[in-house]
Design a protein around this ligand. Structure first.
Ligand code: ZN
Length: 175
């Protein structure tokens, strides 16, 4: 069953997630639910804190770029205890949105390329060099594990402009 999302304003989104110690049956079940949730919302990624669970797990869905250079949603992939090892000095501006901040998008500058190390659901550790959209989704989701949201990375003047919208979202989703 998909899990309910946690929205902007919920303090869970600002907390640091803990590493997964062991891939238990319960963790597998949770990952299944995370996948169902990201599929339900047609998202390109989802991190555990976005469903209220402070664990270092995220899902991404990316299977290449279309002709116009936009990302194509793909089969969900699981990253457990991810670490960003190195990232390029070269940066790129790409638009981001977030399932926890509905109705808002913003241009964010981040490194173009990075190396990520993580574990899959079988407990196998892998290292991957990623670039473009794939790198972007990974960085966005990885930020969630550290209590960081993409709106924190918007230029100050843009953030000021979107603050009233954020305020509305916060009020709307207040538990
Ligand atoms: Zn997000």
């Amino acid at each position: 069953m998909p899990l309910p999302l946690v929205y902007y304003g919920n303090p869970t989104l600002r907390k640091i997630s803990s590493p997964v110690k062991e891939i238990t049956e319960e963790i597998r079940k949770f990952v299944d639910q995370l996948i169902e949730t990201v599929l339900q919302h047609d998202g390109s990624g989802l991190a555990a804190p976005q469903v209220g669970r402070l664990l270092r797990i995220f899902i991404i869905r990316y299977s290449g770029d279309d002709k116009e250079g936009w990302p194509i949603l793909g089969k969900p992939e699981v990253f457990i205890n991810p670490e960003i090892l190195v990232h390029s000095k070269e940066e790129i501006v790409l638009p981001e949105g977030c399932l926890s901040i509905p109705g808002l998008r913003g241009d964010v500058t981040r490194p173009l390329t990075l190396t990520v190390k993580a574990m899959n659901l079988e407990g196998k550790v892998f290292t991957e060099e990623v670039t473009g959209w794939r790198a972007r989704v990974i960085m966005h989701e990885n930020d969630h594990l550290n209590g960081v949201l993409y709106i924190d990375r918007l230029p100050r003047n843009v953030r000021k402009e979107v603050d009233p919208i954020l305020h509305k979202i916060k009020k709307h989703y207040k538990i």
